[in-house]
Design a protein around this ligand. Structure first.
Ligand SMILES: [Zn+2]
Length: 337
């Protein structure tokens, strides 16, 4: 769980590099050029000393020698002009907007989670959240993007989803990489590729050339982006920051799995009971017991595929199946379950 003590000093220094390795215009390997920005970022999983390194094309013949490529993943971590992570912002929005927390409750909750802040700042964060949700392709933004296209030969699009609390909505944000502009932001429950495509439609409607697509590893984001721009090269963000954010969830999941396994241990006794029984009911019971055994071996692939959740779902499927057969007149195990 997140620590309750206030944190001031960063836990880790992270260097982010351009996700693009080659120049999108001439294919030359990009070279590290300068530090685009550097700051301490307050996130729900701690404070990080974040460095975003800009890269440039070293080819003197390149049509766009003045273009710098930053890390989209680093830009997606923190809002411009603040030191708070987007995960903090998303949490503030969710608690205030959906759960109607007062500013003082918000302040208390953030501090409880180790995010050092003031009530006044909670208010500011909430205002930023509301501004973020209003992001759209306005006439003004269209003019700015036109300028980006003229200067860099096209737009660099990135998209990512931030889920401050497991099981709740995910805040999806679409950005343009050269300008750092936010083109769209929306809370979505499912975040299917179709829904995400809708979020990208206004960007597609601009008709500007897109020279790169970037995102974290989420499958539906990739489907949505590659679906709209199948010809544009697609890059994953390299530093799997998500893994750090997901740590508390993985920890809880491990406990869930251990608990369920303990509850399922009783099957050894049942196995002994039905072992020598040749009846149809006993055969059925043996099948169920085998299914339970295989559930105990599940280990998933955290953090995206959580083993505890998986064991839970499968144990539940077996239980429902047992209930159904109990109704039909059922087996000895059904009565025991
Ligand atoms: Zn180049």
């Amino acid at each position: 769980m997140p620590s309750t003590k206030n944190r001031i000093t960063p836990e880790q220094r992270i260097y982010f590099h351009s996700e693009l390795r080659q120049c999108p215009h001439c294919g030359t390997k990009l070279k590290r050029h300068h530090t685009a920005w550097h700051k301490y970022v307050n996130t729900l999983s701690g404070i990080y000393d974040v460095w975003n390194m800009a890269y440039a094309c070293p080819n003197s013949e390149c049509p766009y020698p003045g273009s710098y490529y930053r890390s989209a993943e680093a830009d997606a971590l923190v809002m411009k002009h603040t030191s708070y992570g987007f995960d903090v912002l998303a949490l503030v929005g969710e608690l205030r907007f959906k759960h109607h927390y007062t500013l003082s409750e918000l302040h208390e909750e953030l501090n409880r989670r180790g995010v050092v802040t003031s009530e006044r700042n909670c208010e500011r964060l909430y205002e930023r959240y509301l501004t973020l949700l209003r992001a759209s392709v306005t006439d003004h933004l269209r003019e700015n993007l036109k300028e980006v296209v003229r200067e860099h030969g096209g737009l660099l699009l990135s998209m990512d989803g931030i889920q401050p609390e497991k099981g709740n909505e995910t805040l999806y944000v679409v950005r343009e990489g050269f300008s750092g502009s936010i083109l769209a932001a929306q809370n979505l429950k499912s975040g299917s590729a179709e829904e995400l495509k809708q979020l990208l439609r206004p960007v597609e409607a601009l008709g500007f050339p897109i020279i790169g697509l970037l995102s974290d590893g989420q499958h539906s984001i990739r489907l949505a982006m590659s679906g709209l721009w199948p010809e544009v090269p697609y890059q994953y963000c390299q530093y799997h920051y998500l893994k750090d954010i997901a740590k508390p969830v993985v920890e809880l999941d491990r406990k869930l799995k251990t608990g369920i396994k303990k509850n399922l241990r009783g099957i050894r006794e049942l196995e002994k009971q039905v072992q020598a029984d040749p009846s149809e009911e006993a055969t059925l019971a043996k099948d169920y017991l085998a299914a339970v055994r295989s559930v105990l071996l599940e280990d998933g692939n955290p953090p995206l595929d959580l083993p505890g959740v998986r064991v839970f779902e499968e144990a539940e499927a077996i239980r429902n199946s047992l209930k159904r057969s109990a109704k039909k007149g059922g087996s000895p195990t059904a009565r025991n379950s």
